[in-house]
Design a protein around this ligand. Sequence first.
Ligand code: SAH
Length: 386
Amino acid sequence: MIRSGHPWLYADSIREQNREAEPGELAVIYDRKNKFLAVGLFDRDSPLRVRVLHAGKPVTIDSDWWQTRLEQALTRRRGLFDEQTTGYRCVNGESDGWPGLVLDRYDATLVLKLYTVAWLPRLEEIVRVIRAGLKPERIVLRLSRNIQATTHTKFNLSDGEFLIGDRRDAWPTFLETGLRFEADVLRGQKTGFFLDQRENRRIVESLARGRDVLNVFSFSGGFSVYAARGGAKSVTDLDISAHALESAKRNFALNENQPTVARCRHETVQADAFEWLAGNESKKFDLIILDPPSLARREAERAGAIQAYGRLAQSGLAHLRPGGVLVAASCSAHVSAEEFFGALRLAAKKSRRKFTELQTTGHAPDHPATFPEVHYLKCIYLKLCG
Ligand code: SAH
């Protein structure tokens, strides 16, 4: 696996380890014949014991090496965005050669999110390289939940800490295809905004003219503001979180300068989406977006999640007017694209109405996914015939 480029080495596939090591030390991996295979970040506390940085021939991993690695990730994104888009992912973990590390840009603020403590001993070096390469005004550190406690006790660093810059302006706004959004970089999910849905938002914009739109699991209204710019008559944001809906209102206000956004009627509904969809069947829409949080967080939940996606789609479809479009996404890595699309096609069939499939989409180009375990995002567009 390692030889063919897979970046994860699990503890139970290590036959022999010559000494104990601290998290973050570089581990050199040899094959059964004692031939060099790869070098990676060691994490004693994780079943994912080594995250490969480099495979093939031995190399020296120093600041120059990290700098080259960062440049590779930035080069990959060159030409994807102009000055109308200042929020995007600069480094997407393993798929960019930075295992367990994500770096997102929100204008002059960078958010560095870590998923393993293995990065912490070399954080200063990494921040120096990032600073030189991207010249940000601020860098905010975010930590996945499972490493927050250790990071605090061992490295005295907390989630939401500023590595450079200060807390002024800690609620940055940024541009995405000319629309302005806020990102809750200190506390928000992921790094504060769902940058991974940009391409789907653009498609939604192109489908929205004259439509009444329902954005289920709206979060901060990303899809909604695009639908409004695309000429939607009305947009209803449905989310269980009052905090998310407040943010959606601010995101609409930030784009009032766009005539179509200013004209669009924006409503928010704070409710459990599953209950609301089941209980308000008389409310009809022409474009419905279903982008729930992951319904399968563990492999054991996979089968249940596939069914839940199907049921959710069925109750969404009941709100769709003739000619309307359902946009359904899944961010669960445990459910494959084919399983998810299958569940949605089945839900459409069960509704006994006639649908055409407009398209399916996957990962955005700034969110590359180079091996199966990190493929998570998929989206399907179903149009109800006349
Ligand atoms: N579509 C969004 C991202 C959705 S994140 C975007 O593109 O930005 C998932 C959202 O679902 C969160 O805002 C969360 O508050 C909301 N949520 C979670 N469970 C919910 C439920 N049972 N009913 C309604 N909203 C829910």
